[in-house]
Design a protein around this ligand. Structure first.
Ligand code: 6AU
Length: 412
């Protein structure tokens, strides 16, 4: 931190007004509202533990960080699975979900890893991160995938709200059969429409076959999201019946923004709860660039870190900021958010300025005071410091208080 950047003296509420990314603006407001700059790294091994921990610690945090690939029993069902349940807890307690996936590959591959596959990370994680060793084009590829995804969910959610098309809740299990059946129905429909026209009657939709083909190309995901929205609207379960091709076809003609940013929603009682004092998170997705690491002997060079800063400036509408060991805001209008792992407090009562031991596997630790006050980070990421405590919720509160105090001191 050579020069003291203006953001180090600004409140999160002030920074919320000028941050380039909508999710960063939301996050800064959330931090201000909850008086928290704490991220829990929920590195537990089962989905059950993850959800229980998120529910207990949720009140103290603004970000919940996951490594979905170390969780056994992760339920991939988009409506009732682990991602959807986490999303409900995020709404209830007011935190964002950060999947610590550390993407690194060629652009096309990361696009697919981010938006498809079993986990469909983009559906439930507000934030993810990337190591840009593969080059800056990877960031552009992810940004494009996120923009496409947002366009698609807006489009499809509106479709359902407007028409109320019944759809199957078994998309994943029956994907292939589903497509096949839909194609047959469409053919039948086109045939019937042709007959109706032949008899001088108006067809159900003038461009039914064409639009239905488009619908098929959009794959199953948008219809699944539409089904969730439909359930919330009607307050009933989807019954698994096939949707009417006529109604689907009719509404795919128009594009309008979705009314609600809500993407995944479970049906259990209480899942509708929304944290008071702030609206739901916007339907935007954000990226953090892994610019520096906490581990001993890390090979990331200053040139690599600088490339991260440049990539962030080039993609401000997608890159929220950095996972780094210090603030990287340097240009006058930089207002990126910084999250820093490798954070621990000594046990209560012990000297907070003493040397903190690493984990013996390369991880190095600093206190919230040092990371926020001296290094200038915004959010501290704490894993084992909280999870391994006898009482994780009260330990999370201790970290929240310390990190917030360090932020207030930084402002002074
Ligand atoms: O507090 P800990 O040491 O139990 O956990 C730290 C968490 C782990 C790491 O995978 C992650 O933070 N992490 C990261 C991230 C967030 O990308 C970068 C880094 O440099 N160091 C680090 O520990 O889940």
């Amino acid at each position: 931190m050579a020069d003291r950047h203006a953001t180090l003296s600004q409140t999160f509420a002030e920074r919320a007004k000028t941050a380039a990314h909508p999710l960063t603006r939301y996050l800064f407001r959330l931090m201000d509202l909850k008086a928290s700059n704490l991220c829990l790294s929920a590195d537990v091994t089962t989905a059950r533990e993850l959800l229980a921990l998120a529910d207990k610690v949720g009140p103290s945090i603004v970000v919940l960080k996951t490594h979905y690939d170390l969780i056994s029993g992760w339920d991939y069902n988009p409506q009732t699975g682990t991602g959807a349940k986490l999303a409900a807890l995020a709404r209830k307690h007011g935190f964002l979900i950060f999947e610590d996936r550390k993407f690194v590959d060629i652009g096309k591959t990361v696009q697919m890893q981010y938006t498809a596959g079993t986990a469909r990370i983009i559906d439930w994680a507000h934030i993810t991160n990337a190591n840009i060793d593969a080059g800056k084009d990877m960031v552009r590829a992810m940004a494009e995938a996120a923009a496409k995804w947002k366009e698609r969910i807006n489009y499809e959610v509106k479709t359902c709200v407007t028409v109320g098309t019944p759809v199957s809740d078994q998309f994943d299990e029956a994907d292939e059969a589903d497509e096949q059946q839909q194609q047959e129905e469409e053919e039948e429909q086109a045939h019937a429409g042709g007959q109706a026209q032949g008899q001088g009657q108006a067809p159900a939709s003038s461009s039914s076959a064409h639009a239905s083909a488009q619908q098929r190309d959009d794959k199953r995901e948008p219809r699944r999201l539409a089904a969730q929205e439909q359930q919330s609207k009607e307050g009933k379960d989807v019954d698994g019946r096939k949707g009417s091709i006529v109604s689907i076809t009719t509404v795919t003609q128009s594009f309008e923004p979705a009314d609600s940013p809500r993407l995944s929603k479970t049906h259990e009682q209480g899942d509708d709860a929304v944290f008071p004092g702030i609206e739901e998170a916007p339907a935007d997705r954000g990226l953090l660039l892994l610019a520096q690491m906490s581990s001993k002997g890390c090979l990331m060079t200053p040139a690599y870190t600088q490339a991260c800063v440049e990539a962030a400036r080039e993609h401000k509408s997608f890159v929220m900021g950095f996972v780094a060991q210090q603030s990287l805001n340097a240009a006058p209008d930089d207002n990126f958010v910084h999250m820093t792992p490798g954070c621990k407090l000594p046990p209560p009562g012990e000297d907070e300025n003493g040397q903190l031991e690493g984990d013996g596997l390369g991880q190095q630790y600093n206190t919230p005071d040092k990371l926020v006050g001296v290094c200038g980070t915004d959010i501290v990421i704490v894993g084992r410091g909280i999870i391994s405590a006898a009482d994780p919720p009260s330990e999370a509160e201790r970290y929240r208080r310390k990190a917030w105090k360090a932020y207030l001191a930084r402002l002074a």
